[in-house]
Design a protein around this ligand. Structure first.
Ligand SMILES: Cc1cc2nc3c(=O)[nH]c(=O)nc-3n(C[C@H](O)[C@H](O)[C@H](O)COP(=O)(O)OP(=O)(O)OC[C@H]3O[C@@H](n4cnc5c(N)ncnc54)[C@H](O)[C@@H]3O)c2cc1C
Length: 471
């Protein structure tokens, strides 16, 4: 739909060179939203309700030509530029104050080829769009644990989820990408074409350009045996210790992430509402009869307070948390890679496991199995030998709780950090500075800076977990 804005100018903004706002707008298929427009507040709203940024221009792109026009306009007018995919980024890197946002959310088409078992996905799609399209063919690729998360940010950061032990990270299933570079050129990146760019895109985040489409490998995944198993917090030491010892021996078709949480309202049994718990979220790829053998071992460690594990379509698992965590809640999170879960670290978990609000939580996501089968320098994601990606997330609907959830997440993280690696999954970081980014990429960091210097020497794409171009 073509934009028909009546007030196309932004007060105080002057074009030094390059096209005027009106010329730019007339070339767009999508809409240009500016601060005086009635849609402005909705257009600058993202998932994390804590973020309140005020961009000067929001370009709601309809197609690749709009993305190219937006990149050129941003560059010619020396604007700070942010890229918005699904809008789920914790520190709100989908937006920027005072600059231009390239909003891809209307570009959400998915084309599945069931013969080659591949899907081509536009850069602004959410995982719900992908699951919907691929499930019709009994296929899926590796994504996260929420269907509302964006394909763009999750994939470019690495991506882990229920299928990771069996099929690796999301980037391990990325076959190619179309990218609009800082100079406005559209390039294709895969193992043969621009292989250095393709290497960097797989874990290096939004540093290298706007990815307008991703091509993924799909796997036969239709029905999974999945769901939560909760214990009282008194069982944390026993169950987390068992989980630590069990995971390295577990077959790759069994996935379970460990969590601390509070039992929400319905559909959970009423007598458990508000109970603080620890537990596992299971996802088993295999016959139901065998799943019970796997889970019986966990039940034997301590009697669960509650469990709801059974067969379900894969998209049902993917959407299980969506309603519990709608957009607009306050989120503050911190993460770390965890190589080893020592008894001392488990004692710290026990100390902080009383979540401060009903939605706050800690998750330990397995990063093993198929992830370990790939060399650390094969993609930009360096942490191929870690065991978990941990996130501590303080969450609440009420902005008045902001201080409480932030303090809990920081205190918990600071107490645990001595037992963790120096780096963290870039998608579970707030804005934490260059040292953390360097630690995360480890030996791949310098190579990433070289690729950045080749494809984005002016650091045009810098609203992200930024990798500065090599000098
Ligand atoms: C509720 C929730 C659950 C989550 N669960 C998981 C999980 O299970 N597994 C997991 O791996 N992660 C998970 N995450 C983290 C998630 O991967 C990050 O928040 C990620 O940034 C979200 O991507 P997005 O496209 O929605 O974000 P956005 O905020 O839109 O984008 C984040 C950044 O990604 C870049 N970007 C996005 N799209 C593009 C594109 N097309 N081209 C170039 N750059 C782009 C930009 O730099 C942008 O600043 C979760 C996040 C939330 C809030």
């Amino acid at each position: 739909m073509k934009a028909t804005k009546s007030s196309p100018t932004t007060e105080g903004w002057r074009t030094a060179h390059g096209p005027t706002i009106e010329e730019f707008q007339s070339h767009l298929r999508g809409s240009l939203v500016q601060p005086n427009d009635p849609e402005y507040d909705e257009a600058r709203t993202i998932y994390n309700g804590m973020i309140d940024k005020r961009p000067r221009f929001i370009v709601q792109c309809a197609d690749v030509a709009d993305v190219i026009a937006a990149v050129n306009f941003g560059r010619e007018h020396e604007l700070r530029v942010a890229i918005r995919g699904g809008g789920h980024n914790g520190p709100g890197l989908a937006l920027c104050d005072d600059g231009l946002v390239i909003d891809l959310s209307a570009m959400n088409g998915v084309r599945v080829d069931p013969v080659t078992r591949t899907a081509r996905v536009e850069g602004g799609a959410q995982w719900a769009d992908v699951d919907h399209a691929t499930h019709a063919f009994g296929l899926a690729t590796v994504s996260g644990i929420f269907s509302t998360t964006g394909v763009g940010g999750l994939t470019l950061g690495g991506g882990h989820g229920y299928l990771t032990r069996k099929y690796g990270l999301t980037i391990d299933n990325l076959l190619s990408a179309d990218v609009v570079l800082a100079d406005g050129q559209l390039v294709h990146a895969n193992a043969d074409e621009n292989p250095d760019l393709f290497w960097a895109l797989r874990g290096g985040g939004g540093n290298f350009g706007v990815v307008t489409s991703f091509e993924f490998r799909l796997h036969p995944v239709k029905t999974v045996i999945a769901g939560p198993m909760f214990w009282p917090l008194d069982a944390l030491e026993a169950t987390m210790g068992w989980y630590r010892d069990w995971l390295p021996e577990a077959p790759e078709n069994v996935y379970a992430f460990y969590l601390v949480a509070e039992v929400p309202g319905p559909p959970f049994p009423e007598h458990l509402h508000g109970e603080k718990v620890c537990g596992l979220m299971w996802c088993y790829l295999g016959p139901e009869t065998r799943a019970d053998d796997v889970m019986a071992a966990a039940r034997a460690v301590a009697t669960p307070l509650f469990e709801h594990v059974g067969p379900m379509p894969y998209p049902a698992l993917q959407t299980m948390f969506d309603a519990l965590y709608p957009p607009g809640y306050q989120w503050y999170w911190k993460g770390d890679f965890v190589d080893e879960l020592t008894d001392d670290a488990i004692a710290v978990h026990r100390q902080f496991a009383q979540v401060p609000t009903a939605h706050s939580t800690m998750h330990l996501y397995p990063i093993d199995g198929a992830v370990h089968e790939i060399d650390p320098d094969a993609t930009a994601w360096n942490a191929r030998d870690t065991t978990w990606s941990m996130v501590i997330a303080g969450i609440d609907p009420d902005p008045a709780q902001r201080e409480i959830i932030t303090r809990w997440a920081r205190d918990y993280w600071e107490a645990l950090h001595p037992y963790s690696g120096d780096g963290a999954y870039v998608n579970f970081m707030m804005e934490e500075g260059e040292d953390r980014i360097r630690a995360t990429y480890g030996e791949n960091y310098d190579r990433l800076r070289e690729v950045k210097a080749k494809y984005d020497p002016e650091n045009f794409f810098r609203v992200n977990q930024n990798v500065e171009p090599a000098a």
